[in-house]
Ligand binder design. Structure first.
Ligand code: FEO
Length: 169
């Protein structure tokens, strides 16, 4: 049985994951408009992964007979000015999501909800990867991004990212 507090924080996390999808889609639209199609691809693939993150929690709540209450999704940030500024926003956002996931882990322990505590481990691991992905791209952009040829090559590299559906296991 999931407590009301854990239900609420899981409902909030579904909203945060779908907001993340919106945010990455807004970034993808920005990059597409600038002709940076590889960056646009990378952020669009990430948006799809964020939908998966939301859906995994949605399915988990239903599996545990726990009511899902979908909340309004905020309009995403669209104040973008350069690739590095966007990736700095991504890193900041992913750190925020990591702290949300840690709050779920802590609350589920406080509520003696070991199933949710175990479930959320997948997200803790996923957040390590999400922060690392953003940090790695920031590092590349800092090293090479000022040169147009380098930016072109980074864009080509990011064009290779392919969507693979994320499933809880
Ligand atoms: Fe679902 Fe990027 O955190």
């Amino acid at each position: 049985m999931i407590s009301d507090k854990v239900k609420e924080i899981l409902n909030e996390q579904i909203n945060k994951e779908f907001y993340s999808a919106y945010l990455y889609l807004a970034m993808s639209a920005y990059f597409d408009d600038k002709g940076l199609y590889g960056f646009a691809n990378w952020t669009k693939v990430q948006a799809k992964e964020e939908v998966d993150h939301g859906m995994i929690i949605f399915d988990y709540m239903n599996d545990r007979d726990c009511a899902v209450h979908l909340k309004q999704i905020d309009v995403p940030d669209t104040d973008f000015s350069s690739p590095i500024q966007v990736f700095e926003k991504i890193l900041k956002h992913e750190r925020y999501v990591t702290s949300s996931i840690e709050s779920i882990a802590n609350l589920s322990m406080d509520e003696c909800d070991l199933a949710t505590r175990n479930f959320i481990n997948w997200y803790l691991k996923e957040q390590v990867e999400e922060e690392k992905n953003a940090s790695d791209i920031i590092a590349k952009l800092k090293l090479f991004g000022d040169e147009k040829v380098s930016l072109y090559l980074i864009d080509k590299d990011l064009a290779k990212r392919e969507y693979k559906s994320h499933e809880y296991n």
